[in-house]
Design a protein around this ligand. Structure first.
Ligand code: URA
Length: 208
């Protein structure tokens, strides 16, 4: 049973354990969509909870919903999402094979970066999702997602191109699709990162 109390800043491994990941995510979603912990509740159209395979070996984490995501209540459905779908397909993943979410679940006005207190309010929901789904590999899209999860302030150059261990998860950091749309020169580096991710995934999730 997931309660408000069990949601208080849990580590992924301490998350309340539901009967099944599907059930746990459903229960968590019902609580999350009512969240009014920060100012973004006043301007959002929809809480973007996240979606995908409840037992995914790979969890893809972006920054925050944009206008399209806010309107539809689904992650990565705009231009960045179309590019993300292509990137995933290029390494043999359909969108429904993986789980896709964001650091924060409500759209910041004018697509500004999430503020520290908004991240602090929202991160426990994501930690719960990680604790329920128990993915082996995290793909962290962009510096905000990577710095937030890895709790550092490192540059993209330092974080990308390697597997980073964090709380039992194997993390791969790469450029955010929105950054790739602005600067296509980074696509080659992203390609290297996701190839590395696929090779590692095949080792740690040999059954797909
Ligand atoms: N950018 C993100 O970081 N997340 C989304 O869901 C959409 C765009």
């Amino acid at each position: 049973m997931i309660t408000q109390e069990s949601l208080f800043d849990p580590a992924p491994e301490e998350a309340a354990q539901p009967n099944s990941p599907l059930e746990g995510l459903g229960e968590l979603c019902r609580i999350t969509v009512e969240c009014r912990k920060c100012r973004l509740a006043q301007t959002r159209k929809n809480v973007v909870f996240g979606e995908g395979n409840p037992q995914a070996g790979l969890f893809v984490i972006g920054e925050a919903p944009g206008a399209d995501e806010d309107a539809q209540g689904r992650p990565f459905v705009g231009r960045s999402g179309q590019l993300l779908d292509k990137i995933l397909l290029a390494i043999g993943f359909e969108r429904q094979d993986v789980y896709i979410g964001n650091i924060i679940k409500c759209r910041p006005p004018e697509n500004r970066n999430p503020l520290a207190d908004e991240i602090d309010c929202c991160k426990p929901w994501l930690m719960q999702q990680l604790g329920i789904i128990k993915p082996k590999v995290l793909l962290l899209l962009g510096k905000v997602a990577a710095n937030t999860i890895l709790e550092n302030t490192q540059s993209m150059g330092l974080m990308r191109g390697r597997i980073i261990k964090w709380k039992g998860f194997d993390c791969v950091v790469t450029y955010h699709p929105a950054a790739l749309l602005r600067n296509p020169n980074w696509k080659r580096l992203c390609w290297e990162d996701v190839q590395m991710l696929r090779a590692h995934y095949d080792k740690v999730c040999p059954n797909g």
